[in-house]
Design a protein around this ligand. Structure first.
Ligand SMILES: *[C@@H]1O[C@H](CO)[C@@H](O)[C@H](O)[C@H]1NC(C)=O
Ligand SMILES: *[C@@H]1O[C@H](CO)[C@@H](O)[C@H](O)[C@H]1NC(C)=O
Ligand SMILES: *[C@@H]1O[C@H](CO)[C@@H](O)[C@H](O)[C@H]1NC(C)=O
Ligand SMILES: *[C@@H]1O[C@H](CO)[C@@H](O)[C@H](O)[C@H]1NC(C)=O
Length: 312
């Protein structure tokens, strides 16, 4: 083994010895951006305690929470019926009134946005305090952003990653009356696939766009052309556009149904420009994240110094 090999080995061992600050379960976070993960992530989580994170950002800004990965017990049926282990996201501190979504399984939730400067994230395990099947939990990053980025449904309006999720507000609880939400999926060759769809009641007719409905458009240089309007309880087939896709969701004052949960894939100009783990100014951690190792800048510096010291 040469010096370089030894240095590399020590570096790798140090990386393993520093699996990030992710053993913490919940807490109060007040930085402009940061990362939250299930305890022991990316190792399986201990299913003994519920975790609550209270994220607050400077007044006038809102919290954008982007899920990198989730792996939670999907029983009995995701995404609608999370029953054993789940993530809940709350809009502000008033937990009773403001559940924005409940998620489990393996499909990351949409990038969620709070209405005000506080968001609460809960990782709930108590109903089934076991993790025999070794689910690994979740990793998400948050940052303070301007409120204008909201789709109107409590999640991000402009979607620029290769894959992502869209959902109506409060999924899988019912959406509210008078919703007017709009998402743009940037890129080309966009395919939208529905996993859950209950809009306006089982027998809803959405001709004439009078009831609750979802409308999908393809965008051409500042014009948009309607692909289709969807409602009822029949899941639409996959929808494809060659160019960017625009999705709109409207609800009236009548029936408020469960809503929809959909994922998309798109070809984007530069797939490395996906949301980063570090924040707006940071670089994506290409290979580190794919290997499942999360380190902070401080830890990296420490490790580099250590490696250098040993080499000298
Ligand atoms: C969360 O933080 C905010 C602001 O610091 C505080 O007002 C609120 O009471 C906290 N909520 C919980 C549940 O800890
Ligand atoms: C979040 O709360 C704000 C008020 O602080 C409200 O205007 C907004 O509609 C809420 N969003 C969702 C998705 O519940
Ligand atoms: C479009 O995307 C699909 C998968 O979503 C892929 O199979 C197909 O090759 C893509 N087409 C082009 C022209 O990139
Ligand atoms: C990740 O590793 C691959 C080869 O395994 C390399 O081509 C690529 O540049 C690396 N990406 C980053 C961001 O380091």
């Amino acid at each position: 083994m040469g010096v370089a090999d030894i240095t590399l080995t020590i570096l790798l061992l140090s990386l393993l010895a520093y699996p990030a600050t992710s053993t913490e379960c919940g807490g109060s976070l007040t930085a402009q951006h940061g990362v939250i993960t299930s305890p022991d992530y990316p190792a399986p989580y201990p299913a003994d305690t519920d975790c609550t994170w209270n994220i607050s950002v400077p007044q006038g800004q809102v919290v954008l929470l982007t899920f990198d990965r989730i792996d939670l017990n999907p029983f009995p049926d995701t995404p609608e019926k999370c029953y054993l282990h789940m993530i809940e996201v709350y809009n502000g501190t008033d937990e009773a009134a403001n559940l924005m979504g409940r998620f489990c399984g393996q499909t990351p939730p949409p990038a969620m946005m709070s209405g005000g400067d506080v968001m609460i994230v809960k990782f709930l395990l108590n109903r089934w305090p076991r993790n025999d099947e070794l689910f690994t939990g979740f990793s998400a990053s948050y940052k303070a952003v301007r409120p204008e980025l909201n789709s109107g449904c409590g999640n991000l309006a402009l979607l620029t990653s290769q894959t992502g999720t869209l959902a109506s507000a409060n999924f899988p609880s019912s959406y509210s009356s008078g919703a007017a939400c709009k998402w743009e999926i940037a890129g080309t060759n966009v395919t939208l696939s529905f996993h859950s769809f209950q809009v306006g009641g089982p027998f809803s007719q959405c001709s004439g766009n009078t009831n609750d409905y979802l409308a999908v458009y393809e965008e051409f240089s500042n014009r948009k052309s309607l692909i289709g309007t969807y409602c009822g309880w029949n899941k639409p087939d996959d929808i494809h556009t060659d160019g960017p896709m625009i999705v709109e969701f409207m609800s009236d004052e009548a029936v408020n149904d469960m809503g929809f949960f959909a994922t998309y894939t798109a070809t984007v100009p530069d797939p490395t420009e996906r949301p980063t783990m570090i924040g707006e100014e940071g670089r994506p951690w290409g290979n580190e994240t794919s290997a499942g190792v999360h380190v902070t800048l401080g830890e990296l510096t420490l490790i580099s110094c250590l490696a250098l010291a040993i080499k000298l």
